[in-house]
Design a protein around this ligand. Structure first.
Ligand code: FMN
Length: 233
């Protein structure tokens, strides 16, 4: 079985940078998403309110490149809603003001060993408020295609730059989840790099999101985020 290090993904930055240069001569679609494809990728945003009067208003904010992290955010949001919260699920780039929320779940897919930059920036920008309310972080990645203790340790390290760049925030929990790989949603040069990398790492194309694990994690947030006392949905 192939072992993965954080560096293995990160060193591809140089290749991708080369691809970006290629994009300058070969056209924007070489490196960025073709318009038609960009439209086909969906980034879900929704709101949910429990039947009974909501006890807490929670924001589930996420960053994603190909959309699959949005599905994880939705699953988390749905579960918190079932536990009695009022939920907004939003892309981080569409959140202007978090002052009205009692808690935040913030997540991102991983690229080159870290959260997408907009998620990191969101945490930094809102650091003061996020230090005053309960916050949980989550990520999706492919290292957890093989969910071993060693890979979990590597993946936990993906959050170090986030924790260091917004040190006032002390997340109540960290959700580490396997994500998805769909080559048709990647720009050409990124697809090429990823195909060769994934071949070496023996990771196939597919959707590896573990909905039971995601739901179990969300259920565990009931106490620290919503103040529920051992209640189950
Ligand atoms: C360019 C690129 C770089 C990636 N870098 C990493 C990485 O360093 N570590 C990792 O475990 N997964 C990495 N992944 C896998 C993604 O985190 C995973 O596919 C995620 O589920 C994508 O979520 P999204 O569909 O919301 O963008 C990378 C994927 C791409 C396309």
């Amino acid at each position: 079985m192939k072992k993965m290090t954080r560096r293995e993904f990160i060193t591809d930055g140089a290749i991708i940078a080369g691809g970006a240069l290629g994009g300058l001569t070969l056209g924007r679609d070489f490196f960025s998403l073709p318009k038609a494809l960009g439209a086909a990728i969906s980034f879900p945003e929704s709101s949910c309110r429990a039947d009974k009067p909501p006890r807490k208003k929670i924001l589930v904010a996420y960053a994603s490149f190909c959309g699959s992290t949005g599905g994880v955010a939705e699953a988390i949001g749905r579960d918190l809603c079932r536990q009695g919260a009022q939920i907004d699920i939003r892309l981080v780039k569409n959140v202007q003001d978090i002052s009205g929320y009692d808690g935040v779940v913030l997540g991102s897919s991983v690229r080159q060993g870290s959260w997408l930059s907009e998620a990191k920036t969101f945490a930094q920008k809102n650091q003061q408020r996020l230090s005053e309310i309960p916050v949980a972080y989550f990520l999706t990645c492919l290292t957890l295609y093989r969910d071993t203790e060693e890979n979990r340790r590597i993946v936990k390290g993906y959050l170090d730059p986030v924790l260091e760049s917004a040190p006032l925030i002390h997340p109540v929990d960290l959700g580490l989840f396997a994500g998805a790989l769909d080559y048709s949603k990647l720009p050409i040069v990124v697809r090429m790099v990823m195909k060769s990398k994934m071949k070496k790492l023996e990771i196939p194309e597919g959707d590896f999101r573990n909905w039971e694990a995601i739901q179990a994690w969300a259920r565990g947030l009931g106490s620290p985020l919503l103040g529920n006392k051992g209640e189950k949905s």
